[in-house]
Design a protein around this ligand. Sequence first.
Ligand code: ATP
Length: 330
Amino acid sequence: MLEVRNLQKNYPNFSVFVDFKLKKGEFFSLLGPSGCGKTTTLRLIAGLEKPDSGKILLSGEDITNLPPQKRKFGLVFQNYALFPHLSVSENILYGLSKESNEMKKERLEEMLELFKLTELKDRSIRRLSGGEQQRVALARSLATKPRLLLLDEPFAALDPSLRQSLREELKTLQDKLDLTIVFVTHNQEEALSLSDRVALMDKGRIVQVATPFEIYTKPKSDYAASFFGQVNFLELEVQDKKLKWGGTLIDIDLNEGIYRFAVRPEHLIEGKGVRGRIIRGSYLGFAVEYIVATSQGELRYLELNPHSVKCSGTEIELSLLQAIPVGKKS
Ligand code: ATP
């Protein structure tokens, strides 16, 4: 549906180079730390920035030089960009000035209902909460039935519980209206929970594109592994398709050699393997996160559904559920 082909934008101290394709109805996230080029990529797609080279195709049509308003994309930014002196309805109607009165009325009612804004329709934007303003921003961008919805950190200014409920609403809406969405975020949990596919960015480049499950369980680099939560990096030996883990051998489909592995804290479990001594434990409610001193160095271990918190100095043995190879040493 959307094809971003070798798109490049050069600033004096930074350049963005991206290449990816989106299917109709797909929720695609651009994820990465601050300053990695997510917003620039979105602005290029929207037509708000001109690329130095490359192409943007929409259903096969070259739109690289099409002005933003002719692309018919919906755009929502972190700061909503609503008109504060206008009412909810006037904001929603803003993009529909060329439509007939009948069409305007129909779309307005549809959006007010969809976003549960009917009771607030005459209220001025100044008198709305952050969550309500965000709903109006989404309603305004969808009123025009955009071909593509571009969202730049739309929930960043909201508190966590509101963010969670708006995320769920957005996902429901996407399924219902079969929306194609490019979503910019630096929040890994948001990207994992919402996306069909995630494009992880670093220094202006996409380093991995995968489904949330795949990018979490099969990160291709140290960077990708450590972007999604805590991780232990270990060098371990593989011989005869077996991984040596303390006194145990684990089946693994790798050739002989020493590999660098990423091991997530929840992929360690008490059982036969590597012995260690607890340095400290932090109680998180659903789990306890321990730092354990072992012959493999200090390991982060997450005990899920804990019955108690073990004291510092307690001896434990950790078995390995899963190790993700991220490089070969020899
Ligand atoms: P954030 O999450 O903080 O918004 P981001 O990943 O969206 O970051 P961008 O806003 O795309 O990153 O910026 C990427 C880099 O490009 C930054 O170093 C920024 O300073 C630079 N940059 C962006 N716009 C311009 C511009 N108009 N002129 C020069 N440099 C720019």
